[in-house]
Design a binder for this molecule. Structure first.
Ligand SMILES: Nc1ncnc2c1ncn2[C@@H]1O[C@H](COP(=O)(O)OP(=O)(O)O)[C@@H](O)[C@H]1O
Ligand SMILES: [Mg+2]
Length: 232
């Protein structure tokens, strides 16, 4: 165990170039608006390196640091919650080294029924801490391990709860919380129809204000990004 800790310590000190040299696998190869997501290893130690340094143009220079900040600040707010990866080190404004979760994305895993309840509890605990994920519709952001423990990754789209007096912001926050919950309903309908109830199925047919709002903001954000990518 002490050896593993030492290996992880060693891995955590590496530079960007050294981390890429130790990549065993890229979950994402990177692109005009996407990071590279690498599994890096040293001995028995593993970590995930999310890096926008090679993302070109305006997006890489201006948007990427905002996204890394968004992810890092959410992970900090959620620190200590089982099911959320911890931050090993923020390399710089464009790179983040986080805990590797030995787990599989939900759609590819053999998910035990009990994991659905545990995931619901994890999402509730996340909301309790004041973080709405806002991208749980992408089931690749939800992982599960061999024991049925669920995990959540990819916090770039998150929305934090505002201060107590900020009523409009907190109304918005509640809409995103509802959108997370409806993403879980969709997950049940798709992957565990036996666990889905009538309300879950109704969620799929009916797009509530939360979801419409989340979609509108999502589409707006995508258009802004496309605009800047084209003009960079
Ligand atoms: N901490 C982690 N542990 C294990 N796998 C991870 C971790 N973070 C990300 N991944 C894998 O990498 C994929 C892409 O990472 P993600 O953070 O979702 O990037 P993006 O923002 O580009 O969608 C995930 O779907 C998951 O398979
Ligand atoms: Mg993702």
């Amino acid at each position: 165990m002490a050896d593993d800790d030492a290996e992880l310590q060693w891995l955590t000190q590496l530079s960007r170039e050294q981390l890429h040299a130790r990549a065993q696998h890229y979950f994402k190869a990177g692109g005009a608006t996407e990071p590279e997501v690498a599994l890096v290893a040293h001995g028995a130690a593993r970590a995930i390196f999310k890096d926008y340094a090679r993302t070109p143009g305006w997006f890489g220079r201006v948007i990427a640091p905002v996204l890394i900040w968004r992810e890092a600040s959410a992970l900090t707010r959620l620190a200590g919650l089982v099911g959320i990866p911890r931050i090993h080190r923020q390399i710089d404004a464009r790179g983040l080294l986080i805990e590797y979760l030995p787990a599989t994305p939900w759609p590819r895993a053999d998910v035990p029924e009990a994991a659905y309840q545990r995931l619901t509890a994890l999402v509730a605990a996340m909301h309790e801490r004041g973080v709405a994920h806002c991208d749980l519709r992408a089931p690749s952001n939800i992982l599960v391990d061999a024991n049925g423990t669920p995990y959540i990754v990819d916090f770039v789209a998150r929305v934090h709860r505002g201060r107590r007096w900020n009523l409009p912001w907190n109304w918005l926050f509640r809409q995103f919380v509802a959108a997370d919950d409806s993403a879980l309903a969709k997950l049940r309908v798709r992957f565990a129809p036996g666990l889905a109830d009538a309300a879950d199925r109704a969620c799929l047919e009916y797009r509530g204000p939360a979801e419409r709002l989340a979609r509108t903001i999502g589409e707006w954000a995508r258009n802004v990004v496309r605009f800047f990518v084209r003009s960079s």
